[in-house]
Design a protein around this ligand. Sequence first.
Ligand SMILES: *[C@@H]1O[C@H](CO)[C@@H](O)[C@H](O)[C@H]1NC(C)=O
Ligand SMILES: *[C@@H]1O[C@H](CO)[C@@H](O)[C@H](O)[C@H]1NC(C)=O
Length: 271
Amino acid sequence: MVSFILCLLPALLATTSAQGETLTCNTCFGQTETCSFAPGTCQDNKATGGCLSVAEDITLDGTQNTYFYKQCLSSYKSDIEVPISFTVGNGQYVRINTTRCNTDNCNSALPGVPTGSTTENGLQCPTCFALNFTVCNSAITPCTGDETYCMDFTGFLYQGPSFSPFQAKGCASASAQAIKPGTNLATALYTFDFFWGSSVPAEKIPTNPPPITAASQETPTATLNTTITTTPSRTTSPETTTSGASPALGKFSFALYLPGLTGLLLVKLLS
Ligand SMILES: *[C@@H]1O[C@H](CO)[C@@H](O)[C@H](O)[C@H]1NC(C)=O
Ligand SMILES: *[C@@H]1O[C@H](CO)[C@@H](O)[C@H](O)[C@H]1NC(C)=O
C-alpha cells in the first residue's frame, strides 16, 4: 500500500504542477471608486479562471445602487465581457461596465460607470421583470439612448447565498446579444445566470392615428382607428392589435374576407 502511494506521488505532483499555474487578481468592493472594502487579492486556476473588474449602476430592487467590484472569475469562458445595459420598465435598469482579463493583477483599474441616457430613441419594447415564477406582466415602454434591442431573458438571479428564478423583458444595448443560454453576467450585487433568451432589434414607436371625429367614425377606416385607440391594453403587441381589431371591422372587412372564406369552404368540401 505504502509503495503504491509512493509510486503515485510523483504522478500526483506532476499533475498538480501542470494544472497549478495560478492567476492572481485584485479584490475589493465599494460604493465609490475607492472600492475600499475588502481590498486584497484572490487566486484562481490560470487555465480556466480570470480577473474581473466591474462598475455598475443598478435599480432592480427599486433603489439606485452604484457599485465597484474586483474579483476572481472561475468561469472566464462563459462570463460576459462587454458593457451591457438593459431597462425592464418602472425605472428599473441594469447598467454594467466590465473588464475581464487573465494576466496577474490585470484588473487593477476600474472601468467607468455607464451613464445611460434618458433621451427617447423612437423605439419601444415590452418591459417587465419578475422573480420566483410570478407573471412577467409586460407593458410597452419607449427605449432610450443606445438601448436599441428588445431582450427577453430567463434564468437565475443569485444574490449572496440565495437565488431566484427570474424573467426579464426590456430595451437593451446591442451588446445584450452576447447573452446566450449558459452565459453569466457577474455584477457586484448579483450574478445573472441566463438559461434562455433572445435579443432582437427594437421596433419603431408607431405614429399616432389621427384624432377621431363623429363624422369619420362612419367610415370603415375610422372604425379601425377607434378600435386601436380605445383598447390601449391591446396595443401591447402588434399581433394582438390586429387580431383584436378584426372582429370590430364589421361588414366592410367581412366582405373582404368573404372570397377567402368561400375558397376555404370549397377546399374543405372538395377534400
Ligand atoms: C466603460 O469603461 C471604459 C473604461 O473606463 C470607458 O472608456 C467606457 O466609456 C465605459 N463604458 C460605458 C458604456 O460607460
Ligand atoms: C424568491 O425566493 C427566494 C428563495 O425562496 C427568496 O429568498 C426571495 O426573497 C424570493 N423573492 C421574492 C421577490 O419573492
